[in-house]
Design a protein around this ligand. Structure first.
Ligand code: SAH
Ligand code: SF4
Length: 349
């Protein structure tokens, strides 16, 4: 295997990183400001495009940093405008991000946090072959910037609902969240950034301690532990009571209500009793419920009928919970997380 050079990523670089680098290169400090400006005001990460830098400095940047480390290797656009990008990373691994247009010209980016996922939910393509590695904060920011270059604009919202369990990569994810929200860097409102978790309790507790108004979504999929065990394997699955206690801690620290995500699987978690239990849980914790119609991968599960989904939603809503149904986006483009990557793995390189 080729030896991979360990270099920092220019995307996600902080002021102090670039000031130190400029000192090492014996160039004036204002160069650091110029580089920061290119990255965070112009979404440029290729030194060759940083026109106001002297050529030797551009070359030195390109040598010392991944700038960028990844490339868009494939793009699949669905009829509804959703575009999924397959990003090939510097070591040949790949991740996905999705650009999702919404009402009134809104745009959401769905980002990945890991290559693969160790949780291995049985319906999800991302977890099929376990975890390959974590993304660094620089790679996460680079993913964001590859998206802004593609869309030629910044998104209104970011959701960490791509490949991986972000709270298992807390250190790098929290650094990326800092860069995304700091006014000195990308400057998004934390409220416009959603972190989705399968309920990894230690990560949820650390997330609460950030005391920032990031949005939290919890992929619950079942309101009782027995049903949940049919969907999520044992190793990284926490008891629902512990997950809800950690979520309450977030509510207290961040001052935000959270969402319970529920992927509907026919005959597994879509009964009337399951809907009543979910309504009760949501009501008790002041949580919203987001129902997700299962997007078929080659797993053992089936999506319930349209009518069954509507009935389930009505029971939860009549039970006193605020319910939304995720509109299906990009179903003709391998929309569910990990599907494009899983497919690319089967392609000859
Ligand atoms: N690991 C985190 C975030 C990434 S998955 C988590 O599990 O929350 C983001 C969301 O996509 C989760 O709610 C997950 O349940 C959902 N998802 C994954 N594969 C899916 C599929 N095939 N159909 C429908 N939803 C899916
Ligand atoms: Fe991982 Fe989320 Fe997929 Fe589960 S649903 S395997 S936690 S990415």
């Amino acid at each position: 295997m080729a030896c991979i050079p360990r270099k920092p990523f220019l995307a996600g670089a902080l002021r102090e990183d670039l000031t130190a680098w400029c000192a090492k290169e014996c160039v004036a400090k204002f160069r650091a400001n110029q580089i920061l400006d290119w990255i965070y005001r112009h979404d440029v990460i290729a030194p060759a495009e940083m026109k106001n830098l002297p050529l030797p400095l551009r070359n030195a940047l390109a040598t010392d940093f991944f700038a960028p480390g990844g490339v868009i290797a494939d793009a699949v656009k669905s009829s509804d405008g959703t575009e999924k990008l397959l990003i090939e990373l510097h070591d040949g691994e790949s991740i996905e991000m999705v650009l999702i247009p919404g009402k009134e010209d809104r745009l959401t980016f769905c980002l990945s946090t890991q290559v693969g996922c160790p949780v291995g939910c049985r319906f999800c393509a991302s977890g099929k072959n376990g975890l390959v590695r974590n993304l660094s904060s620089g790679e996460i920011i680079e993913e964001f910037l590859l998206g802004t270059q593609r869309a030629e604009r910044h998104p209104d919202n970011v959701v960490f609902m791509g490949i991986g369990e972000g709270l298992l990569n807390f250190h790098e994810l929290s650094k990326a969240l800092f860069v995304l929200t700091s006014p000195e860097y990308i400057g998004m409102s934390p409220r416009r950034i959603t972190v989705s978790t399968s309920g990894y309790v230690p990560g949820m507790l650390k997330f609460a301690e950030l005391e920032k108004e990031y949005t939290l979504a919890i992929s619950l999929h079942a309101a009782d532990d027995e049903t949940r065990a049919k969907i999520i394997p044992g190793d990284l699955r926490y008891p629902i009571a512990e997950i809800m206690a950690a979520a309450d801690r977030y509510l207290e620290k961040a001052g935000r209500i959270f969402t319970l995500e529920y992927t509907l699987l026919a005959g597994v978690n879509d009964s009337r009793d399951a809907a009543l239990k979910l309504a009760r849980l949501a009501r008790t914790h002041h949580a919203k419920v987001n129902l997700i119609p299962y997007n078929a991968t080659d797993s053992q599960f089936k999506r319930p009928s349209r009518q069954a989904i509507a009935e389930f939603g009505k029971i939860v809503s009549d039970g006193g919970a605020h319910v939304t149904l995720r509109t299906e986006r990009g179903s003709d483009g391998d929309a569910a997380c990990g599907q494009l990557r899983a497919k690319s793995k089967h392609l000859p390189h």
